[in-house]
Design a protein around this ligand. Sequence first.
Ligand SMILES: Nc1ncnc2c1ncn2[C@@H]1O[C@H](COP(=O)(O)OP(=O)(O)OP(=O)(O)O)[C@@H](O)[C@H]1O
Ligand SMILES: O=C(O)C1=C[C@@H](O)[C@@H](O)[C@H](O)C1
Length: 334
Amino acid sequence: MTSAFCAPGRNLPAFLSASSLRQIKQFGAWQSPQNVCALRQKLRNAAFRQQSCSTRSVQQKHQRELIVRAHVEGLDESISDYDVLTQKVEALAAEVMELLDGTSLYLVGMMGSGKSTVGKIVASALKYPYLDCDTLIEKMAGCTVAEIFADEGEESFRDLESQVLHELMPFKAVVVSTGGGAVTRKQNWGYMQHGVVVWLTGPPELLSRRALRDGTQSRPLLSESSAGSEEGGDDEYAATVAKLRDILDKRRHMYEHADLHIPLEVSPTDPGDCGATPAVIAYRLLKALSERLKNDAAEREAAKEFEITDSGPLPPTMRQMDAVQNNGAQGNSA
Ligand SMILES: Nc1ncnc2c1ncn2[C@@H]1O[C@H](COP(=O)(O)OP(=O)(O)OP(=O)(O)O)[C@@H](O)[C@H]1O
Ligand SMILES: O=C(O)C1=C[C@@H](O)[C@@H](O)[C@H](O)C1
């Protein structure tokens, strides 16, 4: 299977179509045509830089293994488990690649759910380029997500997020890690529906432990909640759990629209401090994807059996049948 990126000139994104140009123009600071052109180029460069890095890495099996190894070893997984898991992930990925036939994957989920971490592993296993929405937004805007929130406000950030998702829509055979709030706009679902949408889902306690390990500065929606509490203290943990629970409660019904739901806990009875390892989550994701794609294929085959193959007379509708019966009844009584 060749990805869209392997064939120069094919499936190139329609960067900044008329509608996205309008969206960009809504940003006062960027209103001049020169700025709009510069932004257009920035986004294009950023997407292609990300794409070419991941394409290079996925083309070399050794390097690909290193990516997975780095994630697993970083979390103290034993090497022997890692080897078994890597083989399992690679075998599954080979099967899934055939079934996917170039369909993209969009990862959705709360902050700290591991969209970037797992996205990179899955992308490298599938030999798909990996793209990160938050990173693209930062490259396009020339500042961090936290700075956009502080200077322009959340709505402006959401506009940029929608714009990036819109621009990514024509990309085939990519893994996209979306921002945690991408699911909140209906239009974004329209952009993502060209791919399979996967929700990484875990409880707020697990997400909090992960987010606090990173520090909340880069996640503006969390840094508000933990402001004032002692770093690493119980208060900070409690405030972060409360904030994440609140956001999750509001978004859960949106995340639930995803095609696949992948649990992050170690097992149904054991959430684990930070959940299952990234490699295990990647395996679960590929397994669920493979089952779903096989199921869909079987349903399509079954549906074919019921297709009308010749152009014979159509069966009478209920109304026609009523008319025939009534006429018959009248005729009999006359
Ligand atoms: N399965 C895992 N087990 C333990 N830690 C993990 C796992 N997956 C990710 N992490 C860690 O959790 C933190 C958040 O992960 P990551 O940045 O991938 O999440 P994200 O969903 O992309 O978050 P955001 O939307 O906030 O950018 C990182 O420190 C990462 O190393
Ligand atoms: O959950 C969210 O709303 C966010 C998640 C991050 O990925 C960033 O997109 C941003 O911090 C907002």
